[in-house]
Ligand binder design. Structure first.
Ligand code: SAM
Ligand code: 2KA
Ligand code: SF4
Ligand code: MG
Length: 248
């Protein structure tokens, strides 16, 4: 069984050590594995190279050039496991693209890794619109669920799936992480919290941005909104540390 991964440079799968930059485990040393392909097409996606391939006809930001599919590589699950284990992980973050599109192969990868590294904790970064198989919800320790608001430019019926949002809200493994670009988005978060009864202690807001300057500007008022609503605030540590750089 194989996985299709993003690449840092052509032919080099994007598997890398870094501090978790976002959410409840921000600051923790992790190994990241970035899978390719996504079912959505966020206008401001900072990893568009994982899904924008020539011929992709979905609505896109027109300022992005089509990335050629050299940005992905397909490897056997065992090869991926070996590359991850070589980095001696204590905590693994599986991201993308949308990693739950490849759930069956993850169902093979994660047990291999947990057997090799007793106590290994696994996080998945997901847009919350792809149903996780039961096997995955059992295997994974933490889901960082980032439902896409209207400013992402996605079709709402694709991005916000009511039955799934209810399940995520009811799961103590799921931590919400809403990307916020301007003050209108704050109202949308408040509406979703009310509709789906998302507990405030599992609700993070995070500024949209891929530079320290923009993140700092947005954080000034977003921190205030988090205080007002009783939500948690997360920054994007890796952007401040490394900029908008693949493999960091
Ligand atoms: C690239 S996505 C991959 C995982 C999954 N597709 C998702 O969207 O959650 C990883 C995280 O980065 C966030 N993200 C992507 N582009 C961003 C940007 N320009 N500003 C802030 N967060 C961004 C997403 O919302 C998500 O929380
Ligand atoms: N350091 C670091 N932390 C992250 N947290 C979520 C990320 C992602 O792209 O899913 C990410 C990332 O790309 N880098
Ligand atoms: S869902 Fe995630 S990977 Fe997909 S386009 Fe949006 S931010 Fe990018
Ligand atoms: Mg990232």
């Amino acid at each position: 069984m194989s996985l299709t991964l993003a690449t840092t440079t052509p032919g080099e799968p994007e598997i890398f050590p870094s501090l978790q930059g976002e959410g409840p485990s921000a600051g923790r040393p992790c190994v990241f594995v970035r899978l390719s392909r996504c079912n959505l097409a966020c206008r401001w996606c900072d990893t568009a190279y994982t899904w924008r391939f020539t011929g992709d006809i979905r609505p896109h930001r027109d300022d992005l050039t089509f990335e050629r599919s050299e940005n992905q590589i397909t490897l056997d699950v065992r090869e991926v496991a070996m590359r991850i284990l070589a980095l001696r992980p204590t905590r693994l973050v599986i991201t993308g693209g949308e990693p739950l599109l490849q759930a069956p192969a993850l169902g093979r990868l994660i047990p291999m890794l947990k057997e090799a590294v007793p106590g290994l904790e696994v996080e998945i970064e997901t847009n919350g619109s792809v149903p996780p198989p039961h096997s995955i919800t059992q295997l994974v320790d933490q889901f960082n669920v980032s439902p896409k608001l209207s400013h992402s430019g996605n079709d709402e019926s694709l991005a916000l799936v009511p039955a799934l949002l209810r399940e995520w809200a009811a799961s103590t493994k799921a931590w919400f992480k809403f990307v916020v670009a301007d003050e209108d988005d704050v109202n949308e978060v408040a509406e979703l919290q009310a509709i789906y009864h998302i507990p405030a202690e599992r609700l993070f807001v995070m500024p949209e941005g891929t530079s320290s300057k923009i993140l700092r500007e947005r954080s000034k008022w977003l921190a205030g909104a988090a205080l007002t609503h009783g939500w948690r605030f997360t920054d994007r540590l890796h952007i401040h540390l490394y900029g908008d750089t693949r493999g960091t």
